[in-house]
Write a protein of this length. Structure first.
Length: 224
């Protein structure tokens, strides 16, 4: 597992809902926390490791020794938004680029945890910003899409460098062509579960199946 950088096609892929919380998913989530800590990040979406499923991790302390600050959001949905605030954001898929984004200041988010339990969090300030940034990832949206107009001219040349770097890596054979990556993403997305190659460790906790009725109710909500 590794973090993919802009403009990897996984970052523009609208992720699909997780259908089954199983040992593979738990292993991937553990790996996501490890990658996040290595990169000093506070949030990481699954498509940032090339996995097009609706999952993200968060630890505002950014430290593995503060595991009580670890949160996993599976099939998350924002059910309420309030206010507006401009704040600086960065992204592990766009290292060293920071820019200001205006977002609702407070949100209510609901999601499933790794035990398949639905939970709700009432967040404001930094945690509200983090969950909105991560949820955007799951829809294929980068924070740079929402950067303030006044900073767009500073951001665009940096994105052009990332574009060039990725194209060169593809030419050098470090990544497949976009069409091939997209085909892989579609295959994983249609299964709604984690393929074995994402496994980093074996776990024995039994799988949890999310009731189909809940999935239907949530996907028709359309709050976004
Ligand atoms: Zn990000």
């Amino acid at each position: 597992m590794q973090i993919v950088y802009f403009p990897h096609p996984a970052l523009r892929f609208k992720s699909t809902e997780v259908k089954r919380i199983d040992a593979n998913l738990r292993a991937v989530v553990r790996g996501m926390f490890e990658l996040m800590y290595e990169a000093n990040g506070i949030g990481l979406a699954a498509n940032q490791i090339g996995l097009p499923l609706r999952v993200f991790t968060m630890n505002l302390a950014a430290r593995p020794d503060e595991a009580d600050q670890e949160f996993v959001f599976i099939n998350p949905q924002i059910t309420s938004r309030k206010g507006a605030e401009v704040g600086e954001e960065g992204c592990l898929s766009l290292p060293k680029l920071y820019a200001d984004v205006r977002r609702p200041e407070a949100v209510v988010i609901e999601a499933f945890d790794l035990d398949g339990q639905l939970f709700e969090m009432d967040l404001d300030e930094l945690p509200a910003r983090v969950v909105q940034h991560e949820l955007d990832h799951l829809d294929g949206i980068m924070f740079t899409d929402k950067v303030l107009d006044s900073q767009r001219k500073d951001v665009e040349p940096v994105l052009a460098v990332f574009d060039r770097t990725f194209a060169e890596a593809q030419q050098a054979g470090e990544y497949p062509a976009n069409a091939e990556i997209e085909q892989q993403l579609k295959a994983i997305a249609s299964s709604g579960s984690v393929p074995d190659e994402f496994l980093t460790q074996s776990l024995t906790t039994p799988p949890v199946t999310i009731p189909a009725a809940l999935l239907r109710a949530r996907s028709s909500d359309g709050a976004d």
